[in-house]
Ligand binder design. Structure first.
Ligand SMILES: [Zn+2]
Length: 248
């Protein structure tokens, strides 16, 4: 069954009503609609809980896609009770965790502005994120301090972050919009969201199906904690919350 993806239109929706449409043998639950984000594009799926009519809870350990992007599988933690097909639930994502992931994910976009090289891999985490860049052609790559300063400048300028929707066909006709070499843009739903930073995309715009904050200042203080060489071509940048002094 396909699910109405509420998180696509409102990243800040932390709770919603949902009706169980499918129960899988392995326990995974499908709903008619959900605000739970499914693991993809380097961003981990949401965790949280489903609240039943009697107030009891079904804890959700992770969220992933089924065969297609519009099938969302909510995977309960071990030993949780199963709901019934047709049962109405109030669903709650672990908002403090998700909000950190939104801040981190936005920080990753800002790093890709500061470090404008092809992205070969990325992983968003609650405490630390990493992006791998192909920097084989760059003789004098950025150091940690400069990268941090440039990121914080964009964050402190408080640019708006918003989505623009284009069709899969428009994206196919404009391949330059895609920075990631190995991270596929979120096609397959008919329309693709471009994540834009700054008025008229003055800072950046790139296709991404993840969740982001709505202005750069919300990211808060972040810094590049490490730059590692990964093979001949790749440099792995690690982003952490806070300032380098706090953790030194
Ligand atoms: Zn993104």
């Amino acid at each position: 069954m396909t699910t109405k993806l509420l998180f696509r239109d409102d990243f800040y929706l932390s709770t919603a009503e949902g009706t169980v449409t499918v129960l899988h043998e392995d326990g995974a639950i499908e709903l008619d609609q959900t605000c739970f984000y499914a693991t993809s594009g380097g961003q981990p799926g949401d965790i949280g809980f489903f609240e039943r009519a009697d107030g009891s809870r079904i804890e959700i350990a992770t969220t992933k896609n089924g065969a297609t992007k519009d099938i969302i599988l909510h995977v309960p933690a071990e030993g949780q009770p199963s709901p019934l097909v047709g049962e109405k639930l109030t669903i709650h994502i672990d908002w403090p965790r998700r909000y950190k992931l939104m801040r981190m994910h936005t920080a990753c976009h800002i790093l890709s502005v500061v470090c404008p090289y092809p992205v070969t891999g990325a992983a968003v985490g609650e405490d630390e994120s990493r992006i791998d860049f192909d920097m084989s052609e760059i003789p004098d790559p950025l150091d940690k301090t400069t990268a941090t300063e440039r990121m914080m400048a964009i964050i402190n300028q408080n640019h708006p972050v918003y989505l623009q929707w284009i069709t899969d066909e428009e994206l196919a006709a404009n391949p330059d919009l895609v920075k990631s070499k190995n991270v596929r843009p979120p096609v397959g739903l008919g329309r693709v969201s471009l994540v834009c930073i700054g008025e008229n995309s003055s800072i950046d715009s790139q296709p991404c199906g993840g969740t982001h904050v709505s202005e750069t200042q919300e990211v808060g203080p972040v810094y590049i904690s490490k730059i590692e060489k990964k093979g001949k071509e790749n440099r792995r940048f690690r982003i952490r919350f806070g300032t380098p002094e706090e953790t030194a």
